[in-house]
Design a protein around this ligand. Structure first.
Ligand code: ADP
Ligand code: MG
Length: 707
């Protein structure tokens, strides 16, 4: 950098990361508060607040070239102007430029506006074109009448359109960004250091930070707009790369910190584990044995295990959890097993009791429904160490739940928990003097590259094999107009002594509506299949009700269980061999795969009928066909990624993944491998940059600082 030689000049430049927004002209405390809602606190934050799209006001478009949906500048002469009294009063002006005609439509207008648009005026306007009754039109365009001295010049850059919030509008953002970009230009690298070293930038073809920021806020007219829209422009990629790198580093940092804490080294003789395994009604698969071995190895070490166990639905993760528990119990410690819902926790409780009661192990139950005297009693037994394994829900981690000697925490179906809860767990186990080992289990198939970033703080094991004797689920995609045939299938399956699920979905996120749909479906099916015993389970039922419904189904007292997607995860009823999913096109592939995983758990051939409400888009059809063609969760996840266009994103809710300002784990997944390498390199070569990057992008927002 060309530093001036004179030494006695200006004071050192203050980093824009340190400068509050109030350093900009026109920003007082009130405005700063509004910006805080956008997550913008410093001048640097403002620079990272990127436009979500652009307008092209750099050229005049011939009216004849406009298509519906286009946004652009046109210039023309007003041909007619009239006020019409339709359902609403409005002003219509028609302009022509020799290439075509365009109608301007105003619902709000006054005399002055009508005067400006008088016949014969030459005007320039900007707006979005749509197809109207009489050809192309613009509703409420911005416009300006030609003055005697000629029109103002056109913009020389594309116009950014920013994400806004109440009290922060486009003009304000553009004005402040103008100032921020000027500061950036004047002060150069010193104001916003590029923490990605030059060599790394070259290797991954990343443009410099400041250039990228400037470009994205003020792209030149010849920019390839498509690449900005789909996120492949090198300047956006550069920022996404940096953000993903920072998150990866912060998770690894977190991991290092956790692992610098003590945890009990568990090295029992192994007799209990052997007894447990030998009394199981089946032999563990090779994959299960391998993972148990990995866990056993982790538990030996005097720092906390942090392992993610991925395994497709039905792959047998519960046995692995129980095996891990045996190691802790034999060493004289306690174990907590947590599931996201009471239904699932209850199921674990049953499995654990069946397997462990014969071994004389004491199991306790802690969930929201446990109250009063029984709760106090259980808490006391836990605190004294009499309970060796506590099974339950989030309730396990309430403040007054104290363990005597907690050494292992197992969290099932982690995608329901997310990073924050992972952190709470760590806090909890710290309370007992050391950190507990953690095993996190998920059936959400996350492709390897994504897992690398989303779970950079965890070691990963995979059960990549189903227990023997499972027949793959046969999946059929069919229109809901063939509902009669579906009903026949249900009748036939139940007549043969099998059981079936009928899952109702709705587009709306509203749980109430979903439950209503399930209630309606149950009533209808009860009328249609009067000889069957039909049950209902949905999220709005009391958990005791839900459980008794599930329990009845499990016990075979119900033939057909109508349900919402609450049964998505983990429920295990081997005699159920038919799964019907209504409006399957509305669900993500991962979720459909989870639901389908409820059948095919026994040795009979199982079927899954995916009913859709037509017409299906090509894309939706292709996605449902993926499910028809494979039963492998990881393959489904990969194919899902290929089919989804950019912008069609796997919800964070579903995956528990991190959220980013600029990056997008789906769109940017091709970067993830590079980021893993880049993070390795920075950690060994430039710890200062590591801290700086984490500070810039993650800060303390995720609560990592407290760990
Ligand atoms: P998930 O990985 O989906 O949690 P579960 O742990 O619920 O799977 O196991 C699914 C079913 O498979 C259970 O009924 C379980 O008892 C059974 N199972 C687990 N491991 C084996 C095995 N090695 N051989 C046969 N059945 C098994
Ligand atoms: Mg499970």
């Amino acid at each position: 950098m060309g530093q001036p030689l004179a030494v006695n000049t200006s004071p050192p430049v203050q980093s824009l990361q340190q400068r509050p927004l109030t350093d900009l002209r026109g920003v007082g405390d009130r405005v700063a508060e509004r910006f805080a809602r956008l997550g913008v606190g410093t001048v640097a934050d403002l620079l990272f607040h990127l436009p979500n799209r652009y307008q092209d006001r750099t050229r005049i478009r011939p009216i004849g070239s406009l298509r519906p949906g286009d946004e652009g500048v046109v210039e023309g002469m007003v041909q007619v102007t009239e006020v019409v009294h339709g359902r609403r009063r409005m002003l219509l002006a028609r302009i022509a430029d020799g290439s075509g005609l365009l109608t301007l439509r105003f619902f709000h207008f006054n005399i002055a506006l009508a005067d400006n648009l008088a016949r014969g005026s030459r005007i320039r306007c900007f707006g979005e074109v749509r197809a109207g009754y009489n050809g192309m039109e613009m509703v409420h365009p911005e416009f300006r009448v030609h003055k005697a001295g000629g029109q103002a010049p056109l913009e020389d850059r594309l116009t950014p359109v920013y994400p806004i919030c109440e009290g922060v509008n486009q003009p304000l953002l553009r004005r402040l960004l103008g100032q921020a970009l000027t500061l950036l230009s004047e002060q150069g690298e010193a104001a916003l250091e590029d923490y990605v070293p030059l060599g790394m930038r070259d290797r991954y073809r990343l443009p410099p930070l400041a250039d990228s920021i400037r470009f994205l806020h003020q792209p030149p007219p010849d920019t390839d707009l498509a690449s900005l829209r789909d996120g492949t422009h090198p300047c956006r990629v550069r920022l996404a790369f940096e953000e993903l790198l920072a998150h990866n580093l912060s998770l690894r940092h977190l991991r290092q910190q956790v692992q610098s804490n003590p945890a009990p080294s568990l090295e029992p003789g192994g007799a209990l584990l052997d007894r447990f395994l030998s009394q199981l009604p089946f032999k563990p698969t090779a994959a299960q044995s391998r993972v148990i071995h990995e866990i056993r190895h982790d538990l030996l070490r005097p720092w906390p295990m942090m392992r993610l166990l991925q395994g497709d639905v039905g792959s047998g993760k519960t046995v692995v959890a129980a095996a891990a528990a045996m190691i802790a119990v034999e060493s004289g410690y306690q174990v907590a097993i947590m599931a996201p819902t009471e239904l699932l926790a209850e199921q674990h409780l049953q499995s654990f009791r069946a397997w462990l009661d014969p071994l004389g192990i004491t199991i306790g139950w802690i969930a929201g429904s446990l109250k009063g005297k029984r709760r106090n009693e259980t808490l006391a037994r836990l605190d004294e160490g009499e309970i060796q394994i506590a099974v339950g829900t989030h309730a396990l981690f309430q403040e007054d739940v104290l363990f005597h000697r907690l050494a292992l925490v197992v969290v099932d179906e982690q995608h329901r928990f997310g990073v924050h809860q992972r952190l709470t767990l760590r806090e909890k186990s710290r309370a007992s003097g050391h950190f507990a080992h953690q095993l996190i289990m998920t059936a959400t198939p996350i492709p390897r590259t994504l897992a690398m970033t989303a779970y950079a703080d965890l070691d990963r094991s995979t059960i990549d094999e189903l227990p023997p004797g499972r027949t793959p689920v046969n999946t059929v995609v069919l229109a809901d107009s063939r509902r009669d045939r579906v009903i026949q299938r249900v009748r036939a399956a139940c007549a043969a002594g099998r059981q079936a699920y009928w899952v109702c979905t709705l587009i709306e996120e509203s749980e109430a509506l979903q439950c209503q749909a399930a209630e309606d479906a149950a009533a209808e099916l009860t009328a249609e299949l009067s000889d069957l015993r039909i049950g209902l389970v949905h999220g709005r039922m009391k958990s005791a009700e839900k459980e008794s419904g599930m329990a009845a189904f499990k016990a075979g007292a119900i033939d057909l269980l109508v349900a919402t997607t609450v049964i998505e995860v983990g429920v295990d009823v081997p005699n159920a061999s038919l799964m019907i999913i209504e409006n399957a096109e509305r669900l993500g592939l991962a979720q459909l795969h989870q639901l389908r995983g409820r059948v095919g758990r026994g040795s009979t051939e199982s079927h899954c009928l995916l009913m859709y409400h037509g017409p299906l888009s090509d894309n939706a059809r292709a996605r449902l066909e993926v499910l028809r063609d494979t039963n492998n969760g990881f393959e489904i996840a990969e194919r899902d990624l290929e089919i989804r266009g950019p912008g069609e994103l796997l919800g964070t809710r579903q995956t528990g993944m991190l959220q980013f300002r600029i990056a997008d784990m789906m769109r940017d997944r091709k970067l993830l491998q590079d980021i893993e390498q880049a993070a390795d390199e920075l950690l060994t070569q430039s710890p200062r940059r590591v801290q700086a990057l984490i500070g810039r992008w993650v800060g303390d927002k995720q609560g990592y600082g407290g760990v």
